[in-house]
Design a protein around this ligand. Structure first.
Ligand SMILES: Nc1nc2c(ncn2[C@@H]2O[C@H](COP(=O)(O)OP(=O)(O)OP(=O)(O)O)[C@@H](O)[C@H]2O)c(=O)[nH]1
Length: 366
C-alpha cells in the first residue's frame, strides 16, 4: 500500500463517517416529527426540518463531490447540536405529561448519533452534544440530577478514552506505513545499482531512460565502452585485482562525464553512458575524455597486447534517433566493434562509421 493510498483510505473513512452522521441526524429528526401520543398529528417543527434540510444538502454535496474534503465538520456538528437543543426544547413544550423520560430519550438519541458516527472526531462530538446536554439540564430543573449526570458523563468519558486510543493507533499505523514506504524506496533504489561499482545496472538504466525519454526531448547519445583485453588482465593479475580495476575504471568514467549523464555497468566489463542533451561534437569530446581519464589511471596491464602497458578502453557512440534506444545501442555496438578492430584504446562514432562506409555486419559484442 502506498502512503497516498493510505491517505485516500482515511479520506474515504472520514467521508463515510460524516455521511453516517448526516444520515442519523436526518433519520432521528424525522422520527422526532412523529406524534408521541395516539391521535396526535405529525409535528413539522422548524428545528427538525432544518436538521433534515441541512443533512440532505450536505449528503448531496458528498455524493456529487466525493473527492472534496469537508473542512467544517466541527462547525456542522455545533450547528446540528444547536438545532437538536432547539428541537428538544420545542418538543418538550408540547408534551402534556412531563416526567423527564422524554429528555433522557432525546439525550440518548443525540449521544447515539455522535458516538456511532463521530468516533474519531472528539471536538466535533463535544460540540454536537454540548448544546442539547445543557438544554436538557436546564429543562429538567434539577429534578433528575444523578440520572442526567450519569447519562452525560459516562458516554463522554468512554468516548474520550476510545478516541485517544484510536488516535494513538492511527499515529502508530501512519508511522509504520511511512517506515515501510521508506524501506521499500531504499530497496528499490539499491536494486537499481551495481554492488561492485555503485553505478546503475540495467534495471536502473531502464528506469532512468524511461524518465529521460518521457521528459526531455533533446538530443541524446549512447556510448558503449569496454575494457580492452580484460580477460588477459584477469588471467594474469587475478579476479580480485580485476574487480579493483573495474571499480577504478567506473569511478574514472563517472568523473569524466557530467552529473546529468547516466553511467551504467551494462555487463561484466562493459559500460554504457547515456549522454543527455548533447550534440555530436560534445558527445565525442566526452567519450574522448573518458578514454583519457581511464588511461591516466595508469593501472598496469602488461598483457594489453600491442595497445598499452596500462588498462585502456574502447568505445562506440551513436545518437538516439526518434527515441529508438535499441537501434542506437545496435549502432554504438557496431562502432565499438570497429574501434576494437582498429587497435583498441579507440573511440569511434556511428556517424564516422557511416561516412567512411565501414558499416560492418551486425555482431553481438554484448
Ligand atoms: N574481475 C572481474 N572480471 C570480470 C567481471 N565481469 C566480467 N569479467 C571478465 O571480463 C572478461 C571479458 O573478456 P572478453 O569478453 O573476452 O573481452 P576482452 O578480454 O576484454 O577482450 P576485448 O573486449 O576484445 O578487448 C572475462 O574474462 C570476464 O571473466 C567482474 O565482475 N570482475
Amino acid at each position: 500500500m502506498k502512503l497516498q493510498t493510505y491517505e485516500e483510505l482515511l479520506h474515504s473513512k472520514y467521508r463515510l463517517s460524516l455521511m453516517l452522521y448526516l444520515f442519523l441526524n436526518m433519520a432521528t429528526s424525522l422520527f422526532f416529527m412523529l406524534p408521541i401520543n395516539k391521535g396526535e398529528n405529525i409535528s413539522f417543527s422548524l428545528p427538525a426540518m432544518l436538521i433534515v434540510l441541512l443533512s440532505l444538502l450536505q449528503l448531496a454535496f458528498w455524493i456529487l463531490k466525493p473527492e472534496k474534503k469537508w473542512p467544517l465538520l466541527s462547525f456542522t456538528a455545533f450547528i446540528m447540536g444547536g438545532l437538536w437543543a432547539w428541537l428538544i426544547a420545542h418538543k418538550s413544550e408540547l408534551i402534556f405529561y412531563f416526567d423527564g423520560s422524554f429528555l433522557l430519550v432525546s439525550l440518548m438519541a443525540v449521544f447515539f448519533i455522535g458516538t456511532i458516527s463521530l468516533n474519531e472526531h472528539l471536538l466535533a462530538f463535544c460540540l454536537h452534544i454540548a448544546p442539547p446536554s445543557l438544554t436538557v439540564m436546564l429543562l429538567d430543573r434539577g429534578q433528575h440530577p444523578l440520572t442526567l449526570l450519569f447519562t452525560i458523563t459516562l458516554p463522554l468519558l468512554g468516548f474520550t478514552l476510545q478516541s485517544l486510543m484510536q488516535r494513538r493507533s492511527d499515529h502508530f499505523t501512519r508511522r509504520l506505513l511511512f517506515q515501510l514506504y521508506e524501506e521499500k524506496q531504499t530497496w528499490s533504489d539499491l536494486s537499481m545499482l551495481d554492488p561492485l561499482t555503485g553505478l546503475y545496472n540495467r534495471r536502473g538504466l531502464k528506469n532512468r531512460l524511461e524518465n529521460l525519454l518521457e521528459n526531455q526531448a533533446g538530443s541524446h547519445f549512447v556510448m558503449l565502452l569496454d575494457i580492452d583485453n580484460f580477460k588477459s588482465y584477469n588471467d594474469n593479475y587475478g579476479h580480485a585485482m580485476g574487480d579493483q580495476a573495474l571499480t577504478r575504471v567506473s569511478a574514472a568514467i563517472r568523473d569524466a562525464v557530467r552529473s546529468r549523464d547516466i553511467v551504467t555497468r551494462y555487463g561484466g566489463e562493459e559500460f554504457l553512458v547515456l549522454m543527455t542533451n548533447v550534440n555530436a561534437s560534445i558527445a565525442m569530446k566526452l567519450a574522448e575524455r573518458i578514454r583519457q581519464y581511464v588511461l591516466d589511471l595508469e593501472i598496469p596491464h602488461q598483457f594489453n597486447h600491442r595497445v598499452s602497458t596500462h588498462v585502456t578502453i574502447s568505445a562506440g557512440i551513436a545518437p538516439i534517433i526518434e527515441e529508438d534506444f535499441e537501434q542506437a545501442m545496435a549502432n554504438a555496438d557496431r562502432a565499438l566493434y570497429v574501434a576494437k578492430n582498429r587497435g583498441r584504446n579507440t573511440i569511434l562514432s556511428w556517424e564516422e562509421l557511416c561516412e567512411t562506409n565501414l558499416i560492418p555486419a551486425p555482431v553481438d559484442l554484448i
